[in-house]
Design a protein around this ligand. Sequence first.
Ligand code: ADP
Length: 247
Amino acid sequence: MNAKPEKFIIDGLRLDGRRPDELRPLKISAGVLKRADGSCYLELGANKVMAAVYGPRQVHPRHMQDATKAIVRYRYNMASFSVGDRKRPGPDRRSIEISKVCRDAFQPVVIKERHPRLAIDVFVEVLQAGAGTRTAGINAASVALADAGIAMKSLVASCAVGKVDDTLVLDLMKEEDNYGQADMPIAVIPTTGEITLLQMDGHLTRDEFGTGFKMAMEGCQKIHEAQKEALAKCYQMKDDGGEQVGE
Ligand code: ADP
């Protein structure tokens, strides 16, 4: 693990040179996996994540079927090589919790009534972790769901806000996440402003919560634009008969 820095903000800039309200560099590519119904590869700062969506498809085991609507399943997994110290492979408490809250983040947008008895499976694989993997995963899963043609009311966009050196900062990097005073990831339906995930570690005053929340919402709007651009680019390539990445 990196050592705790003495200061997180020097002359108004963060350790990686960002202003407090700046996102890390973001790259999104849709439709990158040939065998998935929908997919997305996303980089956010040091994070590298792959999302794959399968479905709507038969539910196994069958007793999990819902006769009135589709079920949405979400598996978040960190590869053992995704962090500095090798992570023990397989699910643990953290990944089970993240899978649950991320699945819940999509419940209000997926139009499940369209596909009774079927399942929509979302897999998020973190290939390289650098703080904010749940938010990166949600952003990628959202694009992968759209790429799979799953009926949704909107995309979901996600980012975190936190506090270091008594200053609110958007989209925390590793040191800020590990040693900062607060970390609050949110996910939002950008078209309505509805919140579908909100978690918080640490402490924020009521005013900081309000200001930080606004910063995170603005971050989500920027991410939403990048998600739409990636999907438009992917559809354009398909229309042009171009090959998808990975073919
Ligand atoms: P998030 O990645 O959503 O911010 P956490 O706050 O739980 O979730 O984790 C923060 C960061 O700590 C991760 O992005 C990753 O870089 C690191 N981390 C998480 N779990 C492990 C682990 N088992 N081993 C090493 N580093 C980890």
